[in-house]
Design a protein around this ligand. Structure first.
Ligand SMILES: Cc1cc2nc3c(=O)[nH]c(=O)nc-3n(C[C@H](O)[C@H](O)[C@H](O)COP(=O)(O)OP(=O)(O)OC[C@H]3O[C@@H](n4cnc5c(N)ncnc54)[C@H](O)[C@@H]3O)c2cc1C
Length: 390
């Protein structure tokens, strides 16, 4: 039984677009508002894994995402001098049918999702958000910034880490906290022999990485301590990134001279939050980073948002009433999200203090075991984690 006929989604990012598709395919009339007038998806890459592809596959988009990116199976670890340490065997988390990892540019992923939204004829209003949400018990009345008003059976806020709707529902209780680290990224040409991710660890300090994105492109990232969350004037970004990776030899040393255009450097300080109580109030519910924003250390933020979308669509078409559906959604999602948020933050803290005793491979093993569990209780059991030598 479909519990709602109409839904408004706030936010046209990874989670919002996935939710729109999930609901529409269950026969729900859905609309999206995105406050940006134009796509603000920045050009650098994203790393996703088998569970992301599994969830995206439930929306019919896994193959398109794979075709738009660069699938690979594992990653190789090196010290700061470029000496090989060990290879991480591939961990298959999506029925074993999907590659362990996929690197793709954010615009490529956005286009895959947007194409599907357009094909489904889902209205997406850009440059519009809500001014007022009023939960009337049997529907939510929405006043938009363009002056229009409309009522919906449910409102789903996928409005990101700084979610205004989270503030509306929970006040300042779950304000995201700066984790002490920032991430720097830059796209560069991919040498033909770079087919897996390469990670370079300097201790203590940061991790630099090279990630394949397309046939011709890879990206360099550097994650490290940024004490006090400093502001960097835009024109200084290339030099700041160059300075941070100057300690690395080997492949990072050879890509360093490519970092020339400060406008193409993407820097983000890292913030995290986790809403530790049901993510809804009445007929308004949070989804994705709005309720569980993690740092990128496990490469799982996008996967969690798309998984949320799949589970929410399932609950809204199977539970006995809306409150049960939204409570079930929280209960099915919380532990998975909690492990990723807390695990990612623990790895970040370990990068800042390598003597904190954290066993990082064991932590990854525990979290990946959880992520390999089926998304739906009725789904056939997924093959357990498969590890093979790289
Ligand atoms: C530096 C960095 C690197 C990362 N790398 C990875 C990675 O490699 N792999 C991975 O899986 N994840 C990664 N993530 C996390 C990932 O980007 C997020 O988890 C994911 O984007 C969450 O999707 P979302 O839809 O919840 O939020 P978002 O993608 O942030 O989308 C939110 C959308 O809502 C819109 N919005 C906000 N407020 C309003 C409003 N009031 N009205 C209307 N619209 C609004 C925003 O404009 C935005 O379009 C990374 C994050 C960071 C910071």
């Amino acid at each position: 039984m479909v519990l709602v006929n109409t839904a408004l989604i706030i936010g046209g990012g990874i989670g919002g677009l996935a939710t729109a598709l999930g609901l529409k395919r269950k026969g729900i009339d859905v609309e999206i508002v995105e406050r940006m007038e134009q796509s603000q998806v920045y050009h650098v890459g994203i790393i996703v894994q088998g569970n992301f592809l599994h969830a995206l596959g439930r929306l019919g988009l896994a193959e398109k995402a794979i075709a738009a990116g660069f699938p690979y199976d594992g990653f190789h670890n090196y010290d700061a001098n470029g000496n090989f340490l060990f290879s991480q065997p591939p961990i298959y988390m999506g029925d074993g049918d999907f590659p362990a990892f996929l690197g793709l540019t954010r615009p490529a992923l956005h286009e895959v999702q947007l194409d599907a939204v357009r094909e489904e004829g889902i209205p997406l209003r850009l440059g519009v958000t809500y001014e007022k949400l009023e939960d009337l018990g049997d529907k939510v009345s929405v006043t938009f910034t363009d002056g229009s008003t409309k009522s919906y059976d449910i409102v789903i806020a996928a409005d990101g880490v700084n979610s205004p709707t989270r503030k509306l529902l929970f006040g300042d209780k779950y304000e995201p906290a700066f984790t002490g680290q920032g991430v720097w990224r830059y796209n560069i040409p991919r040498p033909a022999d770079l087919k897996d991710m390469m990670l370079f660890r300097a201790k203590p300090g940061g991790t630099a990485g090279l990630v394949p994105l397309t046939k011709n492109t890879m990206y360099l990232f550097y994650v490290g301590g940024e004490s006090g969350n400093p502001y960097f004037p835009p024109e200084t970004l290339a030099k700041e990134l160059q300075d941070r990776i100057a300690v690395y030899k080997g492949p990072i040393e050879s890509v360093r001279p490519h970092i020339t255009d400060p406008k193409l450097v993407v820097y983000r300080p890292l913030f995290a939050t986790l809403v530790r109580e049901p993510w809804h109030r009445g007929r308004i519910v949070l989804l994705g980073d709005a309720c569980h924003a993690s740092t990128p250390h496990m490469g799982q933020g996008a996967a969690l948002a798309v998984e949320d979308a799949v589970v929410l669509a399932e609950e809204l078409t199977t539970a006995k009433d809306i409150d049960t559906a939204l409570s079930n959604h929280f209960n099915r999602r919380f532990e998975r999200c909690k492990q990723v948020v807390e695990g990612s933050m623990a790895i970040g803290a370990h990068e800042l203090d390598p003597n904190d005793g954290l066993d990082v491979p064991a932590l990854f093993g525990r979290v990946y075991q959880t992520l390999a569990q089926p998304l739906s209780p009725t789904a056939p059991a997924r093959s357990s984690l498969v590890q093979e030598p790289v």
